[in-house]
Write a protein that binds this ligand. Structure first.
Ligand code: GTQ
Ligand code: FE2
Length: 370
């Protein structure tokens, strides 16, 4: 918190504060130190949820939350322990701007179509045979694929395979909520009927290489599915060059019709941290939610060591020092609010200037195992 001043404890100041609060008025002298901190002081905390915990809880959810019981999606979302104080009815987001969840769909199940003013990103972590149907196009999903569901488009999910399917959802729910822009509408029928060939957008966009001339100004990501193989190849190409000292070998998913981030409100990256790589520490205004796609290692966040392995999820809050270390070749998928920070011209970064650019480790985070 910002500086507290002795005068705030004086009885006449306290009495006056209480007096004006009775008129729905607030004293700026109390608010300034708490609201206008000198550098970002996020309430979101650095945190990690394990693969085992998420699988265990989703399997339990499958017993009690069945499609015939209603509800939109079988998804369990990450509640940042630093943000739970905000909403008395139990909602807490993952960072101050971002929501993330893990969703489980069983063979034969249907998650009904709906549309909303929040955008959704999906990263496929387990299984195959499920599709998402967006505006009448069935898009089949496989491990490592990255998908965009732009705001206000009809979408539902179905599963024609034979194994449980899981993926990470990331939405800008807290951002849209806090600026008062929330709209949601259920589809009149259960799920849309296909009206285009399956996986149409991927073919139409040649995986992002070229674009149809009619789509030169498309504001929504028309590619829909960014296949793992292409992402992996792009990173393999980068590995012939020097790694970024903070991020290793990182690429950002883009909208091929305008070159901007694949979704306007949330960025999404895939990065490879090669075995033995130890990045330099830095911090930046934007916050990040990670999913460990492959490998193992640890990230030091504000001096605390967070060990991770395939399937784990972790959060780096705004302005937190962090560095990544891989004990085997690792791929980290992540979602960030960098596009929001950049739209407001608020993005800043800083390199750690001590200790050869690395933090001292003061403790280790102990996650729930599940
Ligand atoms: O799959 O459409 O985790 O609308 C949260 C809201 C998933 C979805 C979430 C959603 C969805
Ligand atoms: Fe949705």
């Amino acid at each position: 918190m910002g500086d507290k001043h002795a005068y705030m404890e004086d009885q006449d100041v306290k009495d006056f504060t209480r007096d004006i609060q009775g008129y729905n008025l607030g004293p700026l002298w109390e608010a300034i130190p708490a609201l206008m901190n000198k550098t970002p002081e996020p309430h979101a905390q650095a945190y990690l949820w394990t693969d085992e915990l998420m699988k265990k809880k989703l399997n339990e959810a499958a017993q009690i939350f069945t499609p015939d019981r209603g509800g939109e999606r079988r998804a369990i979302y990450f509640q940042n322990p630093g943000l739970t104080y905000r909403q008395p009815w139990g909602w807490a987001s993952t960072t101050q701007t971002l929501y993330a969840a893990v969703q489980l769909l069983l063979p034969g199940e249907v998650a009904p179509s709906h549309r909303h003013s929040q955008s959704a990103l999906r990263f496929i972590t387990d299984g195959e045979g499920a599709y998402t149907i967006v505006e009448g196009e069935r898009i089949f999903m496989q491990e490592g694929d990255f998908l965009v569901t732009p705001k206000n488009l009809w979408h539902g999910h179905g599963h024609v395979g034979d194994k449980p399917m899981m993926w990470m959802d990331a939405l800008d729910i807290p951002t849209i909520y806090s600026i008062g822009g929330t709209f949601f509408e259920p589809y009149p029928d259960k799920i849309e009927t296909p009206k285009r060939p399956d996986n149409f957008s991927e073919q139409r966009y040649s995986g992002g290489m070229v674009r149809p001339i009619s789509d030169r100004h498309s504001a929504v990501a028309p590619l829909a599915n960014y296949k793992w193989k292409r992402t992996e190849d792009a990173i393999a190409g980068l590995m012939k060059f020097e790694p970024d000292p903070y991020e290793g070998y990182a690429v950002e998913y883009i909208n091929p019709s305008n070159g901007q981030t694949a979704n306007p409100t949330m960025g999404a990256w895939m990065q490879k941290i090669p075995k033995g790589f130890h990045s330099k520490a830095h911090r930046h205004t934007h916050s990040v939610i990670y999913q460990v796609h492959q490998g193992s290692g640890y990230t030091v966040i504000n001096g605390v060591r967070f060990d991770w392995k395939k399937g784990d999820y972790f959060v780096i809050p705004n302005w937190a020092w962090h560095e990544h270390i891989a004990s085997e070749d690792s791929y980290l998928f992540s979602v960030n609010d960098l596009p929001i920070m950049e739209k407001f011209n608020l993005e800043q970064g800083q390199a750690l200037d001590l200790n050869n650019g690395n933090q001292k480790v003061s403790s280790e985070f102990k996650p729930f195992i599940g």
